[in-house]
Design a protein around this ligand. Structure first.
Ligand SMILES: Nc1ncnc2c1ncn2[C@@H]1O[C@H](COP(=O)(O)OP(=O)(O)OP(=O)(O)O)[C@@H](O)[C@H]1O
Length: 227
């Protein structure tokens, strides 16, 4: 089958100013990456090597100093901020190690949020959110707030939220970093299943080589370059 490139980055450079002496810290030095439809990619690298920075740039959350990111061939950083926010909300699902659920909302409301922001009506959003939570084994937890959920449950809610708008790609930053083996396995199985059933692409940052090896392609970020 022909490969369709969903997301692509070219010659990404990223520097931060050192907080201590004001000098430039060069984090990414010309990173190139192609993410194809249904592809599972993992990125490994030592702490501080720039993995999260790269993921944020890929997802339109942080602008590179130079280089470009293309969504189906169109440069995302050329978009106006509202169009970029809309692209993120519709097509990209983010999952982080710390789930970033909104504490004052229930599991159901947290999952509904991206659809409501995208203009979906309340009852349709509620129905889909409940379906997703049911699929993730959380049928009995719809009305629980994040503090009333275990770590693994919170992460599954966060996955459901990431999937709410049927994204084409999931960008996951150590999504199993603080989970036990059983919960880690269930999150990974969900990610792998989505690729099979919905052709979703996944870029997964992980510290664990065992997890990385289960992906189609493994990249290592070292001295600002992806190899
Ligand atoms: N806003 C910022 N200002 C200055 N320096 C930053 C900023 N964000 C990140 N950095 C620095 O950039 C480097 C890369 O950070 P990043 O979070 O991308 O690394 P990482 O590979 O994801 O690390 P870890 O595996 O520990 O999560 C780090 O040295 C960090 O201190």
């Amino acid at each position: 089958m022909e490969k369709t490139t969903v997301l692509e980055c070219r010659n990404i450079e990223k520097k931060y100013k050192s907080k201590s002496n004001g000098e430039d810290l060069q984090i990414l030095r010309g990173v190139n990456l192609n993410v194809n439809r249904s592809e599972l990619i993992s990125i490994v690298g030592s702490s501080g090597s720039g993995k999260s920075t790269l993921l944020h740039i890929l997802g339109g959350l942080d602008r590179p100093n130079s280089g470009d990111v293309f969504w189906h061939g169109n440069s995302i950083y050329n978009h106006k901020p509202e169009k970029l926010a809309d692209l993120r909300n519709r097509h990209i699902g983010f999952v982080f190690q710390f789930h970033h659920l909104l504490p004052e909302f229930t599991a159901l409301e947290n999952v509904m949020m991206p659809a409501l922001i995208g203009g979906t009506g309340h009852s349709k959003a509620s129905e889909r959110a409940a379906d997703l939570l049911d699929r993730f084994g959380l049928k009995e937890r719809l009305e629980h707030r994040p503090t009333e959920l275990s770590g693994g449950e919170q992460q599954r809610v966060s996955m459901a939220r990431a999937l709410m708008n049927n994204p084409s790609i999931i960008l996951a930053d150590e999504p199993t970093g603080n989970l036990d083996e059983k919960n880690t396995e269930s999150i990974l199985e969900l990610l792998f299943e989505l690729r099979e059933t919905e052709g979703v692409s996944v870029v997964l940052i992980t510290h664990e080589n065992d997890i990385a090896r289960r992906c189609d392609t493994v990249y290592s970020l070292h001295h600002g370059v992806l190899g």
